[in-house]
Design a protein around this ligand. Sequence first.
Ligand SMILES: Nc1ncnc2c1ncn2[C@@H]1O[C@H](COP(=O)(O)OP(=O)(O)O)[C@@H](O)[C@H]1O
Ligand SMILES: [Mg+2]
Length: 401
Amino acid sequence: MKQQDRIPTSKIQRASRFVKTGMKVGGNYLKHYAKKAIQQEVSEDELNQDNAEAIYDTLSELKGSALKVVKIFNQYFGKSPLKLYDKFEMRAVNAASIGQVHIAEKDGKKLAVKIQYPGVADSVVSDLNMVKPFAKQMFGWKEKDLGVYFDEVQDMLLEETDYELELERSDYLSKACSHLPNLFFATYYPDYSSKKVITMDWLDAMHMDEFLAGNPTQEVCNKAGQALWDFYNFQVHELKTMHADAHPGNFLFREDGSVGILDFGCVKQLPEDFYQNYFRLLQPGVMDDDEAFRDICLKTSIIYDFDTPEEEKVFMGMFRDALEIVCKPFYGESFDFGDETYFNSIYDYGEQVRQSPIIRKTKAPRGAKDGIYMNRAYFGLYSILNALKAEVKTQSYMPAL
Ligand SMILES: Nc1ncnc2c1ncn2[C@@H]1O[C@H](COP(=O)(O)OP(=O)(O)O)[C@@H](O)[C@H]1O
Ligand SMILES: [Mg+2]
């Protein structure tokens, strides 16, 4: 039987948990690629399910007991959750990445209460410090080159443990996006929230797999996909601040194709110079102008001034190829994300990069650190739109240069 109530606190104990999960997740990906290599059908759902189970198993060992939940409420509100709300369900309904979600009720309103596991924030820095030497050794990179990227990840992870900041951002972004069609957001309640607790409306809607299992029509899928596309591109181009965790668990779907947005724990603010450099690439002609393109590559660390001419050529070529693929949806009036040949071209490209000898031996990591979370968010968005097989009008929000 699993020990649900014991939180492993020592660095080594925690490390072994995460390494175990990492190995399991890594193993699942290997399995995935092995199956793909022999041309067998393998669904992303299957993979995600395996990973979710591996992660959940590890987390349930770390998770807080009812007693700890009461303790957290006493610490931050001076009373138990049963006194703070009219009703509070002691059993969590959902596991969150660094916490758990409970259902509560106040003044007849159904609420979601997200509670962070104790000790998570303290362990972010030490957990990352454990990974660093492996990354350095695996690629043979210098500490200072790698440091830029690690700092970015560390900053974002630390922000994710600050629920006061998350509440502020949830409130800001959900209000700033409230005019976008076919989206819905929770109202957030600061008086019932703290550094480790967020109280918001319960959104009654389906996770993507359940939504898709109901066989929604193409029209409904397009509507949901369009809502998500507009949500992301409005944030990027108009707010330059974005929900950077486009993970299926963070969206809830209704039968009519409207989409609820959850989880503003991971929000990326795009610095102006990064934004300008990056989105200049979408302007007609820039990619064909060798000088302009090289300038952008230098400014976004695709190439470095210590590169040989041959390395420059390889890395710029690789970046150009990548851009041609990932920017494709932006070029026409609309784009069909159900197009499997498109997604295969992304995977084939990835494979090509992995096998390139020069790229494998790069002396330093490449790419702008500010792109990490934005690219990841777009990749998540594309994957979700692919799962929805949505056809989307892509010109709604375009770069403001
Ligand atoms: N307001 C809400 N209404 C309904 N379900 C919610 C709500 N907030 C969270 N959940 C459920 O809890 C899960 C985890 O919440 P989330 O905010 O994404 O946590 P984390 O920041 O740890 O990823 C979500 O995937 C969803 O199933
Ligand atoms: Mg989440």
